[in-house]
Ligand binder design. Structure first.
Ligand code: ZN
Length: 143
């Protein structure tokens, strides 16, 4: 799994040199140069290159998005497997979390750990079709 860099570590109104970014994120300067080639925006072409914190933050957020593994319909992301997995059919439970959102719970078909997926209640019918199970929505008990 690719290393994750916290986009909020840099200040959006500050300018950073390549060395400062390398120091802040504990990466080699060549990693920051690679980020520039991948689309990180520098303020101008004058050396030393300066990068606006806001641009760095956005770039790191985008980088995170690239590494994100989207779930297919009928899959839930398993934190233990670090991959989208199909839940065991008889483990699937639909719960309402609020008047607009619900939570789908199921057990991973590989490692058997519990997986969660949040969804809009408006999408319930479609989602239930993809998980090949039509169960009544359970109201979450207030305890
Ligand atoms: Zn799993």
């Amino acid at each position: 799994m690719a290393k994750r860099y916290n986009p909020n570590k840099c200040k959006i109104n500050r300018n950073y040199t390549i060395s400062e970014i390398a120091l802040l994120y504990e990466v080699h300067k060549s990693t920051v140069k690679a980020w520039l080639r991948k689309g990180l925006i520098k303020i101008d072409n004058k050396r030393p290159y300066l990068i606006l914190g806001g641009d760095l933050r956005q770039f790191l957020k985008d980088l995170r998005g690239i590494n994100k593994r989207p779930c297919e319909l009928g899959e839930i992301y398993c934190l233990k497997c670090r991959a989208p997995r199909e839940p065991l059919q008889d483990s699937i439970v639909f719960e309402s979390e609020s008047s607009t959102y619900g939570r789908l719970k199921g057990s991973c078909n590989v490692c058997d750990s519990t997986m969660n997926r949040y969804f809009r209640l408006a999408d319930l019918a479609v989602l239930q079709r993809h998980f090949a199970v039509i169960l009544p929505l359970q109201q979450k008990r207030l305890s």
